[in-house]
Design a protein around this ligand. Sequence first.
Ligand SMILES: NC(=O)C1=CN([C@@H]2O[C@H](COP(=O)(O)OP(=O)(O)OC[C@H]3O[C@@H](n4cnc5c(N)ncnc54)[C@H](OP(=O)(O)O)[C@@H]3O)[C@@H](O)[C@H]2O)C=CC1
Ligand SMILES: O=C([O-])CC(=O)C(=O)O
Length: 264
Amino acid sequence: MHIGLIGFGSIGRELHKRLAEDPINTVTALTRSPIPEAPRGLAQVQSLDALLAAQPDVVVECAGHSAVQTYAVDVLQSGTALMLASQGALADQELLSALQSAADNAGTQLIFPSGAIGGLDLLRACSADGPVDVMYQGIKPPKAWAGSRAEESVSLNDLRQPHVFFQGTGREATLAFPKNANVVAALALAGAGFDRLQVELIADPEATGNTHRYSVTSPVCKFEINIENAPSAGNARTSMTTVLSILMDIRAFAAQCSKRRDSE
Ligand SMILES: NC(=O)C1=CN([C@@H]2O[C@H](COP(=O)(O)OP(=O)(O)OC[C@H]3O[C@@H](n4cnc5c(N)ncnc54)[C@H](OP(=O)(O)O)[C@@H]3O)[C@@H](O)[C@H]2O)C=CC1
Ligand SMILES: O=C([O-])CC(=O)C(=O)O
């Protein structure tokens, strides 16, 4: 497999490290500027044209909402499958429709890894049967909210107990907290809907990792999920499970490609 990465931060680096353990994989990363002391075997490019010219089997975006806005349609229009970590960008309905059309027209795949959250299979099944009510709470240590809009309403360093600094819809949460609420978009896209989904975001000075907790109420079932994630190396706000989930989807995509090649 040849994997193209957009972004080489905490997710990109860990993905590369794990993919490089298997010599069958090659990785090309699109970065804004050359990475000093890049890991061995990593090819680097600084434009999307150069990334697509390298002909990756799949492109994995792990950069942020602006990268989805800038590159995603062009990747899909080129006929290359695209996996998105920064799904919160799709709270913009026009962008979501543009990506779906680009994927359909080019006959390629737009893949949404579950990221740092789980249980989406049952949520998807229940939502297909009618509207469901979903309440989500995201609880992270103060340092994971540093630099975010949480700082407009709370002094993060002075917190002595858990503090709810945001309550609103899934759409409001994903747009206001682009680096922290992509899991909210995963719930919305799995059927909870950006506007129906209710969200609370909490800074907890006692938290050592990132907790994603949600409850689903539908006419056919009720369930609650509580996920306590360890942070990734280098970014307190990003959970390690995000990398594992993307890796799992890359492996599933590779298996599909190899079946298709065998049958050709
Ligand atoms: N679905 C999920 O569960 C999760 C999704 N995410 C998403 O993944 C994103 C990345 O997470 P993480 O790796 O921890 O973040 P980091 O901040 O560690 O790394 C992001 C990297 O992307 C680069 N980048 C940003 N914009 C662009 C661009 N337009 N083109 C190329 N490179 C770019 C940055 O480079 P530079 O140094 O130039 O700024 C940086 O190196 C998050 O912002 C979030 O949107 C994160 C966690 C969970
Ligand atoms: O990694 C996490 O725990 C969740 C996260 O940052 C996001 O959803 O953007």
